[in-house]
Design a binder for this molecule. Sequence first.
Ligand SMILES: Cc1cc2nc3c(=O)[nH]c(=O)nc-3n(C[C@H](O)[C@H](O)[C@H](O)COP(=O)(O)OP(=O)(O)OC[C@H]3O[C@@H](n4cnc5c(N)ncnc54)[C@H](O)[C@@H]3O)c2cc1C
Length: 227
Amino acid sequence: MTKVVIIGGGPGGYEAALVAAQLGADVTVVERDGIGGACVLTDCVPSKSLIATSTRTTYVREADALGINVPEIHDGKAEVEVDPARINPRIKALARAQSDDTRARLVKEGVQVVLGEARLVDPHIVAVGDQRIRADVILIATGAHPRELPSAEPDGERILTWRHLYDLDELPEKLIVVAPASPAPSSPAPTSPSVRTSPSSPPASTSCPPRTPMPPRSWRTCSCDAA
Ligand SMILES: Cc1cc2nc3c(=O)[nH]c(=O)nc-3n(C[C@H](O)[C@H](O)[C@H](O)COP(=O)(O)OP(=O)(O)OC[C@H]3O[C@@H](n4cnc5c(N)ncnc54)[C@H](O)[C@@H]3O)c2cc1C
């Protein structure tokens, strides 16, 4: 039986694992954070949950104009407070539940799941801590990570990547979003009037090489309604 080891348990890794298992391979997935990967834990799923919060916030703010009596109105809009300290634990719990479901599905299909940081020590050996896993085929599906500018390294407090958002206890009073415009369909609408997004390329003065512009993407490749 062909022994397949997959490094990375995101959609790339777990889908490949399911197919390989269904085709009769002996499959192991090594994942350091959680099955489902960044997609489930910080990207697709949590962002849809955030968008759901944002959408409902906008509904309530604009309810008065539609004839619904709301207690506090300022400048024609309802006073609504968005509380990240309540939103974020809910988002993380949803993401963790989906990760657990995906892991259970893999196990049910006969895939072995190893939690830990994988290292390739040989063309046929993956190391996870002291464990050595021999493989005929190794698939590296380790995903991507946020691009960091040397002049503005994320610290999780003043300079954030989107992965830091889920650790915020309160909304920043002012926020500048530096991002290419193309993934806009996934961007939540601002939850506070003082938050404005500014889709743009990183400042030209940084030492990073210019990037090739990405074509607009369709986000319809996975079902991510986590509201
Ligand atoms: C905010 C946001 C919203 C998005 N929304 C959507 C959407 O709605 N629909 C959509 O289709 N796509 C969406 N995407 C894109 C989607 O998240 C990625 O395309 C997808 O996650 C890529 O899957 P992957 O398996 O390649 O990588 P990942 O999901 O990043 O998984 C890679 C995994 O590898 C693991 N890993 C890395 N190195 C190691 C190692 N050495 N040992 C063990 N494990 C390791 C990581 O922990 C990670 O879990 C969104 C992205 C972002 C940022």
